[in-house]
Design a protein around this ligand. Structure first.
Ligand code: PLP
Length: 417
């Protein structure tokens, strides 16, 4: 098969594709402890509510037929967008209307659009990159660029904390934002680390973006007001220079593929234009499922009262188990879990690369993700830290997480001795 450059780029086995393949394959092995993927938990109280909502749609005259039988507009389901704008205006005082919102097929889809809108090749022959001011960063960004060499990134500052915790901060000293940067992007809370950038860091990045006249993209997939998997105090930010991306996935509806882009009018309109070309319209099932929850504000209440405590409890429990299993046997730290659904473990001086630890764990039916995948833009940096970390999901059932942590600890101890 003779492929174009596009074909070559998007079919070369990218990190994320390989991992998704591995995850898919592992799914067929029922004894595999799945601590690798980013699937949100099936929270019984949430599922019950989704079931009720679906039954309501089925019972309402012609609602089901409309849901499955009509295209939405290219911008996405208009009543849902209207309800979202009203909720966010009321909750945060953001000066937005429906013209500031566009839906996509999951927020992953939005990052493909946004990054390629602002970075890549320009008509004057110049090229720009997306700046990731704090890596480790979400693996899903790594391969979305239409051209290679798409990201600029810097190493973080590492703050060590009590009880074997640590926290990454943006190293503003080494951050370079020249003419070759087309946009800045952070995930907050961050996948894979559970970091929540401080309000000061966000304000500082916002200032840098404005000074350079480039958009500041904030990936709010785990953030407030839904799904609100955030355990610290953090102010959300939106202004006409920011692009806030939200998603219904971690609220519990990942298979509905609903992403939400909130941006100034011209950016929201550009997303709608690309939607038209790529998809005609984004799917509307998620919008139909969630619209009543948005109109009533229940989406925020469910996030606050069900989703957040569920994950916070799981995070603390997983931390406790790590202490129990690892104690002082090996050099280990864990990123302070401030949100999202992962623990990021750091084994300083790990005698083998994390990729090998991943293979050894897989051989013991335990799937995690080795850390080096999470450094887009720092591929050429031979920083040892990249190979000393792994990401562990704690969204799975208790017994799975408990046993997974036991095996990880056991294997790491073997490697160190
Ligand atoms: C930080 C972050 N952003 C975006 C996404 C994309 O999610 P979705 O396309 O399901 O909205 C994910 C998924 O895991 C994520 O972790």
């Amino acid at each position: 098969m003779k492929l174009s450059k596009f074909g070559e780029k998007f079919t070369r086995k990218a990190g994320i594709t390989q991992l998704m393949d591995d995850l898919g394959e592992a799914m067929t092995n029922s004894s595999m402890l799945m601590l690798g993927g980013g699937n949100p938990a099936h929270i019984p109280a949430m599922q019950q509510r989704f079931r009720e909502r679906m039954e309501q749609i089925l019972a309402e005259e012609s609602a089901f037929e409309k849901m499955i039988g009509n295209y939405d507009g290219a911008r996405g389901n208009a009543p849902f967008i209207e309800a979202l704008a009203e909720m966010l205006r009321g909750k945060f005082g953001w000066d937005i209307g429906p013209e500031n919102i566009a839906l996509t097929n999951g927020s992953q889809n939005a990052f493909f659009y946004l990054f390629n809108l602002f970075a890549g090749e320009f008509s004057d022959g110049t090229a720009k990159k997306v700046l990731l001011p704090l890596t480790p960063e979400y693996i899903g960004y790594a391969d979305v660029g239409l051209i290679d060499n798409f990201f600029a990134a810097s190493r973080p500052v590492i703050q060590t904390l009590e009880n074997r915790l640590f926290k990454y901060h943006v190293d503003f000293q080494s951050l370079e934002t020249g003419d070759d940067i087309g946009a800045i992007c952070v995930s907050r809370p961050t996948n894979p680390t559970g970091n929540v950038l401080t309000d000061e860091e966000i304000e500082h990045l916002d200032t840098i973006a404005r000074e350079n006249d480039i958009p500041f993209i904030i990936d709010n997939a785990y953030g407030t007001p839904f799904p609100n998997i955030i355990f610290t105090e953090a102010q959300p930010l939106w202004n006409p220079n920011t692009v806030v991306c939200m998603s219904l996935s971690k609220f519990g509806l990942p298979n509905m593929r609903t992403g939400i882009v909130i941006a100034r009018e011209e950016i929201a309109a550009a997303i709608s234009d690309i939607n038209g070309v790529m998809n005609l319209a984004p799917g509307g099932l998620g919008a139909q499922m969630a619209i009543e929850l948005v109109r009533s504000g229940e989406i925020m209440q469910m996030s606050r009262e069900i989703v957040k405590p569920y994950y916070e409890h799981k995070a603390l429990q997983a931390l406790e188990w790590l202490h129990e299993e690892l104690g002082d046997s090996v050099p280990w730290r864990v990123h302070k879990p401030e949100g999202a659904i992962f623990l990021w473990l750091w084994f300083e001086g790990l005698p083998c690369p994390a990729a090998e630890l991943y293979e050894r764990l897989k051989a013991r039916n335990t799937l995690v993700i080795p850390g080096h995948h999470f450094f887009p833009g720092l591929e050429k940096d031979d920083w040892a830290h990249k190979h000393e970390c792994i990401r562990v999901t704690y969204a799975q059932d208790e017994a799975v997480v408990r046993e997974g942590i036991r095996i990880i600890a056991d294997e790491v101890k073997r490697i160190f001795t």
